[in-house]
Design a binder for this molecule. Structure first.
Ligand code: PLP
Length: 501
């Protein structure tokens, strides 16, 4: 029996083929139009929390609705309520990784919709995952003894890496847990610039947030290695067991790079796990002129890279590499009876390498985008981000009302508006009080807020050495020099309006 539409009450199955084909064509146009016209949208909404929810029915639908109506509601209710990360004037965080081939990769993945938990449940998903992980390893110049696994995010990757570190520091923790055993308190060291994912991992693993020790960074926002050494020695004296150091290649605020070789030497001497968080910056090792960021990687125990931040793979796609991947498998392998038959044969069952059982076929979208761009296409796009970041830095340094707040690294620029005239001080406009650092902090914060509220561009703010600074991240392939120039003009105009000379 053939049904013409989804609305036919006798149809208990899927959308009829012809109707589906029509919808797909309509959707293809919608996707192409969205991408082509993205610049006409506001970058971000300027509504109060709850504005989107207020327009949506609180009750779930009783009867099915036509796709056309749902799609028109996407245009009417969802698109205006979004921050458009793919907009060329979105300059927040690390820029963004949307590309047309990446979108195609996501679209191909949707109808396949498999569970990549074991080799048998989908050989192609498992084997392609192994292949793309190894392509990336080769691009990064990582030795062959590193094997990897794809997770959703770097935070999850770091948690898994530190679980292996914990097992190494306290054997049988997997089996017996941490309590009621004669174990010392484990310590994890990371810099004051590192991502909070280390604390999240410590919370999850029962190590405790307070056992993540933040080591101060130097003038260039890199972990102070002498201080790390001292802190470890003091901790040992007090009976703690130093377990791991989490270093960063490309810190979240300034993209600074820790001195991996020196820290690796300490880790070897102290028998500690060395993790490298290269979530953002690790991928720059693909550029010969940035090869220095990967110095010492061969001494690491684990490295996390987020292709969804830097290598044009749509969110989410993060790779954890572990030297001797078997160490990770031993901590997490556990085969439920129902899957025993599925695991008899197989090259690799990725469910053994983490807490997740069900896993998306993430490798496909990486394969599509990496084949579409090739190494050369990726490298030239990364170089363009670096060129734009340095160009912006030049503009900043030639305007004496602004100053760079950190060395420019990769695609990230941190800067501060400092050209505050006397009279706009703590007591507000017209007061004779000279501006304080706090009032300059407030101005910088207000600048970012106003620009984001304008819908014309989107920046982020961060704190460096306790001071508020503005931050721009480049990475979006749609962001050209012209967009950056427009953003810089907007920043200057907004600064003028906030602090007139
Ligand atoms: C250096 C660094 N590490 C880790 C993370 C966490 O990444 P994810 O969102 O993939 O967990 C971030 C996020 O910005 C980051 O900048």
């Amino acid at each position: 029996m053939e049904f013409e539409t989804m609305k036919d009450p006798r149809n208990l199955g899927d959308t009829p083929a012809e109707e589906f084909r029509k919808q797909l064509h309509e959707l293809a146009d919608w996707v192409a139009d969205f991408r082509e016209n993205i610049e006409s949208l506001r970058v971000a909404p300027n509504e109060k929390p709850g504005a989107v929810r207020a327009q949506l029915p609180a009750q779930p639908p009783e009867d099915g609705e036509p796709f056309e109506k749902i799609l028109s509601d996407v245009d009417r209710l969802i698109v205006p309520g979004m921050v458009h990360w793919s907009h060329p004037m979105f300059l927040g965080y690390f820029g963004w990784t949307t590309t047309a081939p990446g979108i195609l990769g996501e679209i191909i993945t949707a109808p396949l919709n498999v569970n990549a938990m074991t080799w048998r449940t989908c050989p192609a998903a498992t084997e392609l995952e192994t292949v793309v992980i190894d392509w990336l390893r080769q691009w990064l110049g990582l030795p062959g003894e590193f094997g990897g696994v794809v997770y959703d995010t770097a935070s999850v990757g770091i948690m898994h890496a530190l679980a292996v570190a914990r097992e190494q520091a306290g054997p049988s923790t997997r089996k017996l847990g941490l309590t009621n055993r004669d174990l010392p308190r484990f310590r994890i060291y990371t810099s004051d610039q590192a991502h909070s994912a280390a604390e999240k991992a410590a919370i999850t693993l029962g190590i405790g947030e307070e056992n993540v020790v933040r080591v101060s960074s130097d003038d260039e926002f890199r972990m102070n290695v002498a201080l790390l050494r001292e802190t470890i020695a003091q901790d040992r004296q007090q009976g703690f067991q130093p377990m791991a150091v989490v270093t960063t290649v490309g810190t979240t605020s300034t993209s600074s790079v820790d001195a991996i070789p020196e820290i690796a030497t300490i880790c070897r001497e102290e028998k500690m796990w060395l993790h490298i968080d290269g979530a953002y910056g690790g991928a720059f090792a693909m550029l010969p002129e940035y090869k220095w960021v990967s110095k010492g990687w061969e001494m690491a125990d684990s490295i996390v890279i987020n292709p969804h931040k830097t290598l044009f793979v749509p969110l989410d796609f993060s790779v954890l590499y572990v030297r001797d991947l078997e160490r990770l498998r031993r901590v997490f392998t556990l085969v439920p009876e129902v899957l025993r038959g599925d695991t008899i044969e197989g090259e690799k069952n990725y469910m053994d390498y983490g807490i997740q059982l069900g896993r998306r076929f993430r490798a496909l979208k990486a394969w599509v985008i990496w084949r579409s761009l090739g190494r050369a296409g990726i490298v030239s796009r990364l170089r363009e981000q670096i060129r734009l970041a340095n160009l912006l830095a030049d503009w900043i340094t030639t305007d004496n009302r602004f100053e760079l707040a950190a060395p420019v690294s990769m695609g990230v620029v941190c800067f501060r508006f400092v050209g505050v005239v006397a009279g706009v001080g703590d007591a507000g406009p017209g007061s004779a009080t000279p501006a304080t650092e706090e009032s300059i902090d407030n101005l910088n914060s207000e600048l970012v807020e106003q620009i984001n509220a304008s819908g014309r561009a989107y920046l982020t703010q961060t704190k460096l050495r306790g001071r508020t600074v503005m931050r721009i991240g480049l990475g979006n392939v749609l962001t050209t020099e012209e967009h950056l120039r427009k953003a810089w003009e907007l920043i200057r105009e907004t600064a003028d309006a906030l602090s007139p000379t």
